[in-house]
Design a protein around this ligand. Structure first.
Ligand code: URA
Ligand code: URA
Length: 194
């Protein structure tokens, strides 16, 4: 099986998952978006309202901003980035995923990572950061830094686009300004990959 087929097999399994109670309230499982590119993977938090309806990650307002951030350096989900979340089903009222939900869903995220073995993993927002980095340090202190990840990957925490929507100014040192710096560093590292 090639990578696409292996991911498809896990996806099929995930579609009917009943390992946690979010399976009772979800509309659609949100397994992944973008393309399976071994160079670049982004891990967000959890599906929201629109993602749950469409079965696709990052399609709401935050997702549209994410697309613009990628586009600012010539990257796109169509050509460059594999997108998923720490959990695949929407938590009611968009509350944070519970530890038992993350634990139940971990096999799917682990499979996505072990099949793709991405060289760069972007940890988008606090929930994704906490799933991989054993730290209490706030995201504003560690965003933009590279950490060692699974399968020799490099992981970088970045702000969540929903956070940027709530902090809209672009002054020097603002979250948006920092995000545009981070995406340039990400593109630089991406271009060095062969
Ligand atoms: N926020 C996320 O973290 N993931 C999505 O898929 C949508 C919004
Ligand atoms: N808090 C979050 O949850 N995400 C961010 O990106 C920043 C602060």
């Amino acid at each position: 099986m090639n990578i696409t087929e292996e991911l498809e097999e896990i996806k099929q399994k995930c579609q009917t998952c009943k390992k946690c109670s979010l399976s009772k309230t979800r509309t659609k499982v949100v397994f992944s978006g973008g393309i399976p590119n071994k160079k670049l993977m982004l891990i967000g938090e959890a599906p929201g309202y629109y993602e749950d309806k469409e079965g696709v990650p990052f399609v709401g307002k935050a997702g549209q901003l994410l697309d613009r951030i990628f586009a600012s350096v010539g990257l796109s989900r169509e050509n460059d980035v594999y997108i998923c979340n720490t959990i695949k089903c929407r938590p009611p009222e968009n509350r944070d995923p519970l530890p038992e939900e993350k634990e139940a869903c971990k096999e799917y995220l682990d499979a996505q990572i072990s099949i793709l073995k991405p060289r760069i993993i972007l940890l988008c927002g606090r929930v994704a950061v906490n799933s991989f980095l054993n730290t209490n340090t706030g995201i504003s202190k560690i965003r933009g830094k590279w950490f060692d990840g699974p399968y020799d990957s490099k992981m970088m925490p970045i702000f969540h686009p929903a956070y940027l929507l709530r902090n809209d100014n672009r002054n020097i040192g603002s979250p948006k300004w920092l995000m545009w710096k981070d995406i340039q560093e990400i593109k630089r590292a991406y271009d060095l990959l062969n």
